[in-house]
Structure formats: structure tokens, C-alpha cells
Design a protein around this ligand. Sequence first.
Ligand code: ADP
Length: 396
Amino acid sequence: MTDAILVLNAGSSSLKFSVFLDRAGATPQLALRGQIEGILTKPSFVACDASGATLAESDLDAANQPGHQGAAGFLLDWLEQRLGGQRLAAAGHRVVHGGFEFSAPVRVSAAVLAALERLVPLAPLHQPHNLAAIRAVAARAPELAQVACFDTAFHTAQPPLAQAYALPRRLTEAGIRRYGFHGLSFEYIAHMLPSIDMRAASGRTVVAHLGNGASMCALLAGKSAASTMGFTALDGLPMGTRCGAIDPGVLLHLLDHHGMDARGLEKLLYHESGLLGVSGISSDVRALLASRDAHAAEAVDLLVYRIVRELGSLAAALGGLDALVFTAGIGENAPLIRARVCRAAAWLGIELDESANAGGGRCISRAGSPASAWVLPTNEEQMIAMHTRAALAVMA
Ligand code: ADP
């Protein structure tokens, strides 16, 4: 009998899921994926097989059990029927924050859940939903092993200097420090690099995870050495609707002179800024690239400019650059953005292969380029499935 691993990524209004089949020795293989959207309002369910063909679609009755509880209950019932001969061995969760206590995935117990609950103030927009999904699965299937996999854990390898803010020591000790996020994506890329390019795997590599949320990570021999996100997922690059790095004096000014309070700042910085704020049109790079509006062009220009500057900063942290990897929605699908970044990074030794970049090649630098450039699809769900299987093996 093949074991199945359920991977869950819970947001405020959605529960994304994937199921991987665990064949001994081999990488867990995607069997199906889907999501339940609108879990607080009008929940709807869709599941597809590994090729993307729809397996099931339905509206849920939210009257009895709304929220994550109802969504998880529905999903586990559906999976029980769907999986037939396969045993559901565990659920692996994407959990945004592991603080400095959790530097690796962990099997969830009551004590672990309590520790993760204490981290809610560090990630109030994401952590509560991640934990709600864990509780919902525990309520419906108390015997099922659950494993929490953290977006922060990969970055705990960073040297102390890379994690520090120049604040009074008592605040650093209270946990005000750089954590970094998107760790499961960077870890997946680091895991893949040895089979792709040994120099990138063992050397100084910058990974640009450019999606709706975007951050960059400096890898030294596959370990995180620095990242653009810090205490929260607001820092670094401008994103779909998030501002990225900003002078903290701006926030003081907005509080003192624009009548804003903390909630107003949160809305501004997380939801109204970034590409949407600058363009006034859209948070989606596809829409901005298709637009003739000067403000759309300016938003894209600012994104490229900030990526290029952060690349220089991360290369400085690494003492040079051997490889640059693009991943996530924009990184994997926007050759124009990649080309502009690579051209501006010629001083770091990147010689772009224009036709490989335009034609969807994996390696997009010319043969003999002093630093190489790559497009590699990320797969955070696969990473969670691998971690969950490894945690199960430790428990066995
Ligand atoms: P998330 O951070 O939500 O996981 P993704 O990694 O899926 O996001 O990236 C989503 C973003 O990728 C979209 O908002 C869009 O800006 C960008 N994107 C997707 N496809 C393309 C494309 N073909 N060209 C340019 N940008 C794209």
C-alpha cells in the first residue's frame, strides 16, 4: 500500500492542498492538488490531477461549519473516498513563522502548537490561519501525524550579523531581528542545484523568488547567508501590493502628520503599496507589461531597479557572485524582467543569452559567462512533502 502525504497551505480565506504519493526511496510524487476558496463566505472546492485535469468541483455548505474547520473536514472526507487503497500517513503544513526556536520542521504536539501560538504577534496576518488549519485537522483526525514546515527555518543558518538590526540589545533579545521568509522555496532551489550546476550549488548564488510576494536570498554553498526580507515579509523588494524597504522615518511621519494609526499603516504597507500603489492599475506584472500607461511602466522600472540593487547588496554579502537564479511567478514567466535584471548585472559577470532567455531555456547565460543565470521552477509543496516524510521516518 502506498502512503499519501497531504500538504496544506492555509490563508485567511483559502485552504490550498496537494497530495503526494510516497514511494520508498523516490521523491514524493504529486498525485493531485486543489483549493477551497472563500472559506469564510461562500466556500468552493476544486481538485485537479497532476496534469491539471479537473477531478472534482463543488460548492460547500458553510452553514454548519464555516472556516478552516469546515474546509478541513470536507477535504479529509473527500480524500478518504478518493485515496481508496492509499493510506494518509501525515499532513505537512506551511507555517510562516518558526521564530528562532524552530530551525527545522517539527511534528506538531500540544506544546509545539502553544509555542507557535506565541509567535502570532510576529506574523499576525498569516500565522493564525496556518495554526487554524492544524487545529482543524487535529479535530477531525486526531490520530493523523502533523508536521509544521516553516518559511523562516532555512534562514536560521544565517550568520548573526545578517540577522541583526542596529537596535538596543534588549530589543534584539526580545526577538526583533531579521528572520527572512520564502525559506521553503529557497531550500527547494538549493536542494535542486547539485543536479543542475555544481558551481551554483557549491558557490555564491543569489535566488530571486519573484511572485506576488517577492524576496531574494544569498546562498553560500546552498545555505542561506542573507535575505531581503527581515522581521516581516514587508522588507526588501517592492511586491504586488507590499511596499518593500522603506525609510522607517516615513512611518513616523505618516503617524505624526497624516493622521494614520498602526492599522492604517498596515493596510497601506501590505495592501495598497508596491506595484499596485505605484501604477494605480494592478498588482499583476502581466497587466503592467501589457499596459501603455506611464505609471505601469514606472512600477515595472522600480521593481527592476530594486532587484538590481538588492542583487548588488547580496553579492557583497557573499563576496562575489557565481550564479543568479530566477523563480516563482514573475521569475519563471517574465523574460523581459529577467533580461533587464541580467543586463544591469553585467558588472557582476552575467552575460545574458538573449535567445535562451526568450525561448524558455533553463540556463539563460552564455557559455563561459563568468557568472551563470538560471530559471528554475520552485516547488514549496514538494519541499513540505519531503520534510514531512523525513519527519515521519524519524518518528518511526
Ligand atoms: P504567489 O506569491 O502568490 O505564490 P506566484 O509565484 O504564483 O505568486 O506569482 C504570481 C505573480 O506572477 C502574478 O501576480 C504575476 O505578477 C506574475 N506572473 C505570472 N505569470 C506571468 C507572466 N506570464 N508574465 C509576467 N508575470 C507573470
